[in-house]
Design a protein around this ligand. Sequence first.
Ligand code: UDP
Ligand code: MG
Length: 297
Amino acid sequence: MISVVIPFYNEKESLPILIESLVLELDRLKKEYEIVLVDDGSKDNPISKLKTQMSKIQLKSKSFKILIHQKRKGKGEALKTGVENASGKILVFMDADLQDDPKDLPKFFEKIDEGYDFVNGYRVNRRDNFLVKIYSKLASWFLKTFLHSPFSDINCGFKVFKKEVLKDNFRFFPLFVFYQGFRVTEVPVLNHPRRFGKSKFGPQKLFVGIFDMFTAYFLYKFSEKPLHFFGLLGGIISLVGFLILAVLAYERIFYNVLLYRRPILWLGVLLVIVGIQIIVTGIIGELMVYLNKKNKV
Ligand code: UDP
Ligand code: MG
């Protein structure tokens, strides 16, 4: 069975239209399905209207679930609620705002049928504001270059995957799924401009995104081997410090340059101390990883 999970916050105009075209497309797939709608604390009160629409469609024996957050918790949490209540083995994530098009679903399912575990969409012709697009491209480039990400559009919310790929980790989970060795791929998807309402994310999303990127970097690159990161960073810093001190020592011994005339001495000392501290942090991190693993076995 397929579970389509749709989080929404104030999307009363879009939802009914989406559901209509979604049901049409899902019927064509000839697979068993359910639609899991998660109301993320909407204030525009779409539920009663939705329910009447549902009951009409439900007459044709379709299954819907409506889950409600009393308060807005964000898209990520809404997806989590949806997943927890989904009974399908295959999950579909899509937005409620009509930017994603159900017509793309067959493409995703072709890949699933080919044996892929996780299929991400990528928006070929993205309809978002300029800044968001640039930022998103940068993030994808960063992840591709430094973290071997196989995804061109990691922020694309439109995806289809087997439920088993989902572990507790939700942020950047496409990347996480890939690292765990599941078969992943991507398909081009349509992206429509938003027809009703406004984007629910403001500019703060960009900043959160930047932090997320660093978290991803650490989590996946260094959570296993913290010393690789801290060791390198601390090593470079203390090496610079040592070089400075070596030059000063050389000058002091052979040219009799008195150290009180060399304020850079302070920098040298500082760099050595800070560098060593950073290396030690890495060693402690290494110890934590080790203990954590030992406790799990
Ligand atoms: N959304 C949500 N809770 C939030 C923010 C967004 O459920 O706090 C939903 C929103 O209703 C939409 C989807 O997440 O269905 C994507 O949001 P939006 O279209 O505003 O994001 P954008 O496409 O601008 O990235
Ligand atoms: Mg949108």
